[in-house]
Design a protein around this ligand. Structure first.
Ligand code: K3U
Ligand code: ZN
Length: 176
């Protein structure tokens, strides 16, 4: 049997000021501490059954996250994407189309909300070896990336939850 490379880390919760910081770019891709953090983030995402996790969520304020998509009861059509580290990611361009979808966050336990996101994005990022990638993502994967990129800029999904507007429910018999 192979030995696990990583360990699970404590995920910090809303209210911790680290989640509101702008994270620092990764510079030394060869650092053993960076490679260990990537392994630990992957193990933490898997153990938490999340579809992604960002370094600031484990109190490491670096521009790094993991995308780890799999079909699940909430998103039965979610594509399978093995845990993929993205370092120093940037959105190069995006669709005009914005779609609303349900999101949760390991740092905001027990809450979900409808969040508007670009349906398609073109992203530049470096992999764990420092190689540059430029790739287009759509739908659920694009949503995960935008959610995780927000974490690198101190933004939580609850900051973006769509107002109900015209969809607000009116209770005819309400006294208020
Ligand atoms: O919403 C969650 C989920 C878990 C399994 C399958 C499908 C959804 C858990 S929260 C989650 O995975 C966040 C991860 C976070 F908080 F660390 F960033 C990512 C996410 C969930 C839903 C939409 C977009 C991003
Ligand atoms: Zn989150």
């Amino acid at each position: 049997m192979t030995k696990d490379k990583g360990q699970t880390l404590k995920v910090i919760q809303i209210g911790n000021s680290i989640l509101r910081q702008t994270a620092q770019p990764v510079e030394n891709f060869a650092a053993a501490s960076l490679q260990q953090l990537i392994d630990d983030l992957i193990d933490t995402a898997i153990a938490s059954h999340g579809v992604g996790i960002a370094a600031p969520q484990v109190a490491q304020s670096y521009r790094l996250f993991i995308v780890s998509s799999h079909p699940n009861p909430r998103y039965p059509d979610a594509p399978l994407m093995p845990p993929t580290p993205m370092l120093n990611p940037e959105i190069l361009s995006h669709s005009q189309t914005i779609v609303e979808g349900s999101e949760g966050c390991l740092s905001v336990p027990g809450k979900r909300g409808l969040v508007p996101r670009y349906q398609e994005i073109e992203v530049a990022y470096r992999d764990r070896d420092g190689n540059l990638h430029r790739q287009v993502f759509t739908d659920f994967i694009a949503r995960i990336i935008q959610h995780e990129l927000d974490h690198l800029n101190g933004i939580l999904f609850c900051d973006r939850v769509a107002p109900l507007g015209d969809r607000a429910v009116e209770f005819k018999d309400s006294q208020n």
